[in-house]
Design a protein around this ligand. Structure first.
Ligand SMILES: Cc1cc2nc3c(=O)[nH]c(=O)nc-3n(C[C@H](O)[C@H](O)[C@H](O)COP(=O)(O)OP(=O)(O)OC[C@H]3O[C@@H](n4cnc5c(N)ncnc54)[C@H](O)[C@@H]3O)c2cc1C
Length: 326
């Protein structure tokens, strides 16, 4: 049976919801194929029965676990390990989410395997022609003015898919086959980890699973206003996001960036504070359910994408909201 491989992305001790979304989407399209996943386990990750059950429940037929008892650099070793697995199992299609990790490792894997990759797809279709699977990957091009549907003539056919393209759903999947491999550190890397300590201050910014996001742009003007936005997020349970310009100015860390070269987020509510609405940013948040924009320029492009628009000073609105919460 033809096999489709999915990259199982995890953080701390969880598989990301965006991965479950992708599994369901792919299984719905390719009911007669084996939908497999590959997870590279970090030494401190516990793959619980609950996670295995969720993977099965949302449509995974088979799971390849690549395991090590030595710490390793994710971006250095994962692409090589996954490429080795792919060379052995020969899936016809390999799909990842277009998260920061997916975007980093997918091109390396495509290059190792000498195949093609369509990045940042907003739609994928899988056709079965004479028992061969054909992946049709669609993504915006020319700054979002055109949609291009792309096929790859080499194997595996690879794509990264944006968050929000699919939604996880329980599928009547009876069983999941689990295959576990311990990988030796055979790679001739120029670096080696001697000790592995988690940085307690470096909290993970879970934009991908956020229910509410408050994002700031250059219109917030300075670091202090971003601190206020952070406080507002803390008080309301929102996750903070930012534009690349705000990151480049040093107002916030890069891990908060939303957009083409940052995270993708699909919350119930997305509020843009002082964000112009450049296509590179829109690509990371356009699938949010309700978009609210606050901008001092009534002609700002962000208003075209918004359900509610407010022409106002963004930092004054943050002050007012904080006051009302005190
Ligand atoms: C290859 C490439 C990849 C990129 N990737 C990303 C990405 O991943 N994410 C991303 O965000 N960008 C990305 N960019 C950059 C993107 O094109 C824009 O430059 C950026 O998103 C603009 O950020 P901004 O809205 O904060 O700033 P600006 O475009 O400068 O907009 C600031 C806005 O603030 C408003 N404003 C000013 N003062 C106030 C006030 N007091 N109150 C309220 N509003 C106010 C202004 O009217 C304006 O609309 C990328 C660019 C390239 C070329």
């Amino acid at each position: 049976m033809a096999e489709i491989l999915i990259y199982i992305e995890s953080n701390e001790n969880n598989v990301l919801d965006t991965t479950y979304d992708l599994i369901t989407g792919v299984k719905e399209m390719a009911k007669n194929s084996t939908v497999s996943g590959v997870i590279v386990l970090h030494p401190d990750f516990i793959l619980s029965d609950e996670i295995k059950n969720n993977l099965k429940k949302y449509g995974l037929d088979k799971l390849y676990i690549l395991k090590s008892d030595k710490p390793f650099f994710q971006k250095n070793e994962e692409p090589f390990l996954i490429s080795d697995l792919i060379k052995n199992i020969n899936p016809e299609i390999f799909i990842l989410t277009s998260s920061t990790t997916g975007r980093e490792i997918a091109p390396i894997i495509a290059s190792i395997l000498d195949t093609g990759l369509t990045a940042d797809c907003t739609k994928i279709e899988i056709e079965n022609i004479d028992n061969k699977l054909k992946l049709i990957s669609t993504r915006p091009t020319f700054g979002g003015k055109l949609m291009a549907s792309i096929i790859c003539k080499k194997y595996p056919q690879m794509a990264t898919v944006r968050a929000g393209t699919f939604k996880k759903e329980e599928i009547n999947n009876k069983q999941i086959e689990i295959l576990e491999f311990n990988f030796p550190h055979i790679l001739n890397l120029k670096s080696e980890i001697i000790e592995y300590k988690k940085d307690k201050k470096d909290e993970f910014v879970n934009l991908q699973n956020a229910k509410m996001v408050f994002a700031g742009g250059l219109g917030l003007k300075n670091k202090e206003n971003f601190e206020k936005l952070k406080l507002l997020c803390k008080k309301t349970g929102a996750i903070m996001g930012a534009t690349r310009k705000a990151v480049d100015k040093g107002f916030v860390d890069k891990k908060y960036q939303i957009g083409q070269t940052g995270s993708t987020t699909t919350p119930e509510i997305y509020v843009a504070f002082g964000i112009s609405g450049a296509i590179h940013h829109i690509m990371g948040m356009e699938n949010s359910k309700k978009i609210i924009a606050i901008n001092s320029d009534k002609n700002a492009p962000i208003f075209k994408y918004s359900d509610i628009g407010l022409v106002a000073d963004a930092s004054e609105i943050i002050d007012e909201l904080l006051k009302s919460l005190n």
